[in-house]
Design a protein around this ligand. Structure first.
Ligand code: AMP
Length: 403
């Protein structure tokens, strides 16, 4: 009998995992540079958190959740996204004032699996809570952009829109509804069914594109404060040198999303799966979860899709391979000392011939070799250079030659 990973999930090991490790390290580096500390919340939460925080009539909640009853009779759900848990934890902590957090981990959605669409997938993201100003939005958009540029996403684009707020959006929704109503015969069935309940979501429909080109745009209906906020976000992105283009059809269909909405697109990926991530402002979410009003902005990026499109080609790198002419135990001790000197070291534990050990050197492409012949001096080699040294000096000798 042989077990396979569950449908829509993957085993990821070397060499593919070299890229995962490089991308996740790069993520930690950028989160650090922008001063977003790590935040970790449970992988499962009360089902109701997502019903409220993601929205009961969204596809994610209505069709894609991994929900089960635990032994205590509680309904719990494997998290389909990261924001609801982070906002819940902020509310529970009683912390007040501006707060930043960066997360990284697996998410779960029961979807029809295909490339770039998995049932267990990895997201990284940030949430910047209790901040109102457009400058926070710009910082968040910039962070995601810089990280994606660093992991070499080809054809990276930022798509930007404003969704207005509770003051100006209702008027716009009415305008949009009238327009859609007038064009009913040209809309697909799903879109027609959304005209009354949530016309904003029709803007997302890929089938109805021809009809939607002339639809009214939210940005033409923004109230004064929303228009000013949007203008400030754009000005900040220009100053930061973050290229973007506006798309009036970029929407998020829930009321608690306000003002800024954005997506990162990899034009190199298949159009259906080309969004590597997205985010925006969600000034109304904390209240939906039963807290006070907490204006906030954040994004989530899909690492699986980043892996599919990244041009990085990292390898597992070692600096030194230790060849033992005596016993594997001598190799182990030497490797331990050299690792303690900050070098990446590998060696063989099985006591194979010196010739076989040298084969491993070329297989790994280690630039330096240390030959251990006992517990006295060792022979260090980098390229054509060789030296007999005490083990304690090898680290410095090798580092000088590798740099
Ligand atoms: P969302 O949380 O739906 O806004 O998604 C944010 C990003 O997560 C998307 O742009 C994708 O890159 C990624 N993502 C969402 N769902 C999946 C999935 N089922 N499989 C792989 N990546 C996903």
């Amino acid at each position: 009998m042989s077990f396979q990973p569950p449908k829509g999930t993957d085993d990821i090991g070397a060499p593919e995992s070299h890229l995962w490790r490089a991308v996740l390290r790069e993520w930690e580096r950028w989160a650090d540079l922008y001063a977003y500390p790590l935040v970790m919340t449970p992988i499962f939460e009360a089902t109701e958190l997502f019903e409220r925080g993601v929205g009961g009539d969204t596809e994610v909640v209505s069709k894609q959740m991994y929900t089960f009853t635990d032994k205590g009779g509680r309904s719990v759900t494997l998290r389909p996204e990261g924001t609801a848990g982070v906002v819940r934890s902020y509310l529970a902590s009683g912390v007040k004032g501006a707060w930043k957090g960066a997360y990284s981990g697996p998410m779960f959605r029961y979807e029809r699996p295909q490339a770039g669409r998995r049932r267990q997938f990895w997201q990284v993201g940030v949430e910047y809570l209790d901040v109102e100003g457009a400058v926070a939005d710009a910082e968040v958009v910039e962070l995601g952009y810089r990280f994606l540029a660093a992991v070499e996403i080809p054809g990276l684009e930022v798509v930007l829109n404003s969704l207005g707020d509770e003051v100006c959006r209702p008027g716009y929704v009415a305008l949009l509804r009238d327009y859609l109503d007038a064009n009913r015969p040209q809309l697909c069935e799903d879109s027609v069914s959304l005209i009354e309940v949530n016309p904003l979501r029709v803007l997302d429909c890929k089938i109805c594109t021809p009809v939607l080109i002339d639809a009214p745009a939210m940005r033409d209906s923004l109230c004064g404060p929303c228009a000013a906020h949007y203008a400030e976000v754009k000005e900040a992105l220009q100053l930061l040198g973050v290229p973007y283009h506006e798309d009036a059809r970029l929407v998020r269909g829930l009321d608690y999303y306000t003002r800024t909405a954005f997506e990162y697109i990899a034009t190199g990926l298949d159009a259906a799966q080309n969004a590597v991530g997205g985010g925006g402002r969600y000034d109304g979410l904390a209240e939906v979860l039963g807290g006070r009003r907490i204006p906030a902005v954040g994004f989530a990026l899909g690492i699986d899709r980043i892996i599919l499109s990244s041009r990085l080609e990292p390898a597992m790198e070692v600096d030194i391979f230790v060849v033992s002419e005596t016993t594997p135990l001598d190799g182990l001790v030497a490797a331990s000392v050299l690792r303690g000197q900050g070098l990446r070291v590998d060696f063989e534990t099985e006591g194979r011939s010196v010739k076989a050990q040298f084969k491993a050197v070329s297989r790994l492409g280690a630039p330096a070799v240390v030959v251990v012949g006992g517990r006295n001096d060792v022979e260090a080699r980098v390229g054509e250079e060789r030296a007999m040294l005490p083990l304690s000096d090898v680290g410095v000798w090798v580092k000088e030659r590798l740099r």
